[in-house]
Design a protein around this ligand. Structure first.
Ligand code: GLN
Length: 485
């Protein structure tokens, strides 16, 4: 019984339904695991054990009443930019270290409606800017596979919590790869749905035309279940899509014979580790043996521009979104200045970290009168070209398969002084984000003992085929729920 933290969410659901154990026992097992590992991983900024036990007791009542749903009683980590009423929400920033939200985000409301249990608020790069979780103002998260390595980012806490057994499932957010890249580096599954599928109401904003919350889990079935729970139209977010989400669980266990898979050649570039390349090539053979038609002759020529486009658009939107942190309305406030202006200036100078300041400067410059056309407007135009290339590819292919990240997890500190090297870690995840198409990362093997992630990209609103391909691959390879150690 003490090993309940090892279960996937769907296994735990079956166990609770069959009365083999209660939601309280499951939560206690996860909280014990947190006690045992958290010093080494630091996956959380804030732990909420009392709230978790209270929610677990409510979940047991639901099971007794026969009103439990697949996530009822499931211990969940929630990225700390997801607003939770009464529970401190920092976005990984000193500027919000005392922020207690007065309301709930849409996704947390959905979690609570389902009866899920919140273990705590997961660590992250400040305002989700980063690829390693080293930019958190609350200290670095360590990769559960090797504590000297980064877990990826910016949802590194959410991915590490699931990989370490400090939660069965989690919510992260993806602006340019922040669900998929840490899922890849921690050997778990992460899914970024089509932009607009998941409401941004109550999500602390980074780049609003890119931000999207999504699940990280131990297998494909769990992320499908979580996306089902949090997606759907929400009138409080004007970009929330009214299109109904098909039941994703319907795509599990389906044959993929005849599925057409495109492999864009621009994703196989210098800088990719040989171990990553080898695992991805093996994965393509697996798909072939499952009866898929693989085409490696696909070219998406604008792929290489996605990085530049993203690093103009995301910082531009961030510079506007972060203007609200002025020390007046909420959060950290410097008050010893001579004037209101000095107080605002000092609040921002002291409250924001280096990377956030770098992004604000980049974005302000790109939006400034003299440079708007040359940078921001141009980036928006190239963004349309990237969208069009994906749309054309999906006329021919059901899904695209690529690596998630060019490397496995790297040592803590290795890229801290080289922002460009850090940005390059997202070359494979940025294009799907810029276009807004759904993409999933799942484990496809090890390189030097560390997990390698495979990315499956789908057409707009076609999460179904992504889940179908990923689940068939996972079943064929036995890569579901392999925890470190
Ligand atoms: N690593 C990218 C960045 O630093 C993406 C972050 C994200 O998806 N939130 O902006």
């Amino acid at each position: 019984m003490s090993d309940l933290w090892r279960l996937t969410a769907h296994e735990a659901h079956e166990g609770m339904r069959a009365r083999e154990f209660s939601a309280v026992e499951l939560t206690e097992s996860v909280l014990e695991r947190v006690d045992a590992c958290e010093n080494a991983t630091h996956a959380y900024i804030t732990l909420t054990p009392e709230l978790a036990l209270e929610q677990a007791r409510e979940a047991d009542v639901k099971f007794a009443a026969g009103s439990a749903t697949p996530l009822t009683g499931i211990p969940t980590a929630v990225k700390d930019l997801i607003v939770t009423r009464g529970v401190r929400t920092t976005a990984g920033s000193k500027i919000l270290d005392n922020f207690i939200p007065p309301y709930d985000s849409h996704v947390y409301e959905q979690l609570r409606r389902a009866g899920a249990v919140m273990v705590g608020k997961a660590n992250m790069d400040e305002f989700a800017m980063g690829s390693s979780t080293e930019f958190s103002a609350f200290g670095t998260t360590h990769n559960p596979w090797n504590h000297d390595l980064v877990p990826g980012g910016s949802s590194g806490g959410s991915a590490a919590a699931v990989a370490a057994g400090e939660a069965l499932i989690s919510l992260g957010s993806d602006t340019g790869g922040s669900i998929r890249q840490p899922a890849s580096l921690c050997g778990v599954v992460g899914l970024d749905a089509t932009y607009g599928r998941v409401s941004r109401y109550g999500i602390i904003a980074f780049g609003s035309s890119l931000d999207q919350v999504g699940p990280i889990g131990r297998d494909v079935e769990d992320v499908a279940t979580m996306l089902d729970c949090i997606s759907g139209h929400d009138p409080r977010d004007s970009t929330s899509n009214p299109e109904p989400m098909p039941d994703l669980r319907h795509y599990l266990g389906r044959d993929i014979r005849g599925m057409k898979i495109g492999v864009p050649r621009e994703y196989f570039i210098a800088g990719m580790e040989p171990g990553v390349k080898a695992r991805v090539e093996e994965a393509l053979k697996t798909f072939e043996s499952l009866g898929c038609e693989i085409d490696t002759d696909l070219s998406l020529p604008s792929t290489e521009h996605a990085l530049a486009v993203y690093y103009l658009i995301a910082p531009s939107e961030a510079s506007a979104n972060l203007a609200r942190y002025d020390g007046v309305k909420y959060g950290y406030s410097y008050r010893d200045g001579e004037s209101m202006w000095e107080n605002m200036e000092q609040t921002r100078a002291r409250g924001f970290g280096e990377e956030v300041k770098r992004r604000i400067m980049l974005g302000t410059y790109a939006l400034s009168a003299g440079y708007y056309d040359a940078y921001y407007l141009k980036a928006q135009k190239v963004r349309t070209v990237i969208n069009d290339e994906f749309a054309a590819a999906f006329k021919k292919y059901d899904v695209l398969v690529t690596p998630t990240s060019p490397t496995v997890a790297f040592p803590i500190g290795a890229k801290m002084n080289d922002p460009y090297a850090m940005y390059l870690n997202d070359v494979y995840t940025l294009p799907a984000s810029v276009a807004g198409v759904p993409a999933l990362s799942l484990p496809c093997g090890l390189s030097d003992g560390l997990p390698v992630g495979l990315q499956i990209i789908g057409n707009f609103f076609d999460e179904g085929h992504v889940i179908q391909a990923a689940h068939a691959f996972e079943q064929a390879t036995g890569w579901a729920n392999r925890l470190p150690g």
